[in-house]
Design a protein around this ligand. Sequence first.
Ligand SMILES: Cc1ncc(COP(=O)(O)O)c(C=O)c1O
Length: 389
Amino acid sequence: MQHELDTVINRYDTDCLKWDYMEKWLGVPKGEALPSWVSDWDFKAPDFITAPLKERIEHGVFGYSERSDEYFSSVIDWWSENHQVNLKKEWFHTTPGSLPAIAMLIERWSNPGDQVLIFSPVYHAFYRTIENTNRTLAISSLENNDGYYTINFDDLENQLKGGVKILMFCNPHNPGGRVWTEEEVTKVCALCHQYDTYIISDEIWADVVFSKHKFFSCLRVSPDYLNKMAVCIAGTKSFGLPSMRLTNTMIPNEHEAETLKSKLLAYGIDVYSSFSLLANQAAYRHGKEWLDETLRYLENNNQVLADFVNAELTKVTYRQQESTYLAWLDCRKLELSDEELEKRLHQAGVIPTMGYSFGEQGKGFIRLNLGCPTSILKEKIVRLRSVLE
Ligand SMILES: Cc1ncc(COP(=O)(O)O)c(C=O)c1O
């Protein structure tokens, strides 16, 4: 297993966004550069995922597919065993990815011009979704305490009072790497309930949580708080399945669930890719041991990076992530403009996502993908040294 994660796999010429499209999207010529931007990892899928896919290909007929009872049970059992949440089949809305569901919910639960709140810095596509649905972006800045992000609850309450329609919550948080505690999650949900605000909790990273931390889903709060809530869950990040992305959005309130169901019907999202269904089902059914080992591997990568930053960089700080395989490095003391920092990193051949894409509060930071063989991470570190020391 360790050996498989250590294996360096050439991803070029696979229509791969992260490797093949660096040049098109970032202007970085292919070749020597090591991409660390897009949040997918460079590991090969395990046999328990590829075997049912191969069998399906051998069968050779690729018609429309529907979710089987076993598909639902695999997700329900996983969440019950790993997150102490009893999902109900009626709550499921299955879409090719989280963002389509999030956009449809925004369209259902608010009108053009209404405010949708995010905690910044946050996953950049949230901005894109809010802007492209013609809603007004409302921002509550997270507080950065030496790299440990917390929510400013006074600010949150003021903004909810001011008429925010929807809070888009990222739990665990990308890029801050926090696994919000039970207390924090409960407080966020209680405030949304108090001010009658919808909450969309994106829990796509729920299964990528490191050993000392415990994920707490919004679905575990008091049933009173669930009435205006949607929670996106997926195996996309934890099992490396973005090419077969499938998100299940849970909506506990029956009336609110109907609103998304009608939207899915309108858009014809009521049949599915059998590859996505099979891959996700296999992951949830057989993936526990494999995931635990992969998390240990990622945690070690996290440690390798932290050791390097602590020992060798005086102007960069890094607090190890509680979740995600995306390190968030604070480079503000280098006193370089983002453009200059980006230019130097690209010249050195290491390609992170620049922090500014996660909002104003991300300026001066970089997000580095640690989902790669440790040998590649070490090579990234060699290259980072020349720019960041
Ligand atoms: C917090 C978060 N939500 C959603 C996504 C994208 O999800 P999907 O590909 O399922 O739309 C990502 C991808 O990095 C993410 O980090």
